[in-house]
Structures are given as C-alpha cells and as structure tokens.
Design a protein around this ligand. Sequence first.
Ligand code: SAH
Length: 229
Amino acid sequence: MQEKTIKIGNRVLIDKLVHQGMRNKLIKEIENKGINDKNVLKAMSEIPRHFFLPAGLEHFAYLDKPFDIGEGQTISQPFTVAFQTELLEVTSNIKILEIGTGSGYQAAVLAHMGAEVFTIERIEKLYHQAQTLLNALGYDNVHCFLGDGYEGLPQYAPFDRIIITAAIDGIPNVLKNQLKVGGILVAPVNSSINTQVMNKITKLDEQNFKVDYHGFFSFVPMVPGVKKE
Ligand code: SAH
C-alpha cells in the first residue's frame, strides 16, 4: 500500500499503513456479518474512511459504527454502506443517483467501483465539504449537487440505479420515473418511529415494480427543501 496525503484547507489528511491494517480488520468484520460482494469489500478496503470523519474523530473511522458529521447528520455505519451497495448490484460504467451525499463516503464507494455517480445533498455546508474531499481524492466520476432529493435530477435521468441514504416514507413517483426499466432502487422506508425497512425495488416495466424487503435499519430522515449556509 502507498501512503496517501491530501490537503484540505489547513487540514492534512494522511492514509498510513496502520489505517490499512484497521481497514482490513473492519472488512473482515463486515464480511462475517454477511457481505459477499467482493467488489464492495475491495472498494471499502481501499478507501480511507477516516478522511470522511470530522477532525478529531478519525480514530473512530474503522469501527463498524455511524458517526456525527455535523449539521445533525451522520456518516452511515460501514456495514450499512456495504449492505446497500451490495443490494444495488453495482457494476462499472453504470449511472447511479444517490440521495443524501452527507460525508461523501457512500458516493466514494460507488465511484471506486467504477460507476458514474450523481449525488444530491440538501445542506450546503455538507455539499461543499463532500465535493471538496471527493475532488481532492480524484473521483472525477462523482458529480455533486446541492438540491432537494425529492426532485431527483431529471436533467441527468434515467439512472441505472438509485440509492437513498435517508429515511423516507415511500418512494415518490418522481424518483421511480428517473429509474431505467430493469434498474434497481434501494432505500430505507419508514416502518415505525426511528425504524426503516430496507427496500430493494426493481423496475420491471414503466408501470410495474418488484419490491423485496431486507431487514431493519435506522437512518436520519429525508427533509424537503435546501438549507443554505
Ligand atoms: N450517504 C451519506 C450518509 C447520509 S446521512 C454518507 O455516506 O455519509 C443522510 C443525508 O441525507 C444527510 O446529509 C442529509 O442532509 C441528507 N438529506 C436529507 N434529506 C435530503 C433531501 N431531501 N435531499 C438531499 N439530501 C437530503
């Protein structure tokens, strides 16, 4: 492994051998929890998750836990990122819409796997931070947008895949319409307070969708509108 250093403002981020060791351990852990997709595990074993946590919290990055990233939002637990990515059946060169950029970590995983990623965040501060970091890491196949995920990105539709990383009451038709026939949408859909069921939705044709349910999770809620700095 090669040491990687990037500079963001006055913060210097270094990916060292010791981080690689911690990553390898984390990857084993999520593999043991049931993740099989080798490409997901490979991407996550190569991405420095500690770059995506706020300064001072880096040493928690390789625990299988979510963390606060400011603005009341969280970076998802590594297992959850892996689980959603596996359900999404990611292959290289497909077009993916992500709703809820947050830290940018999930977008980095998808981009690392070779997809072209369009990611929307509603909080301007997080949008800027994630965009700066993803650029510094050289992911020119990630396109960041400040906007309301409830609207999707009609100007870039249709997408092969859509991933929603915030809790939603149901999948709006606007988003279903932006999915290609044969495409897959993965989203945590509210089932009771603070609990969502992971839905994997396959678009069979323009009118028909197949839905599979994949266990319970806890995400921050989808909120409409944009929050400017
Ligand atoms: N995928 C992220 C985790 C996201 S947490 C990661 O890898 O770090 C959920 C994110 O969804 C938060 O940043 C929140 O601000 C954002 N969000 C909530 N409602 C939204 C909306 N309507 N449009 C876009 N983003 C939204």
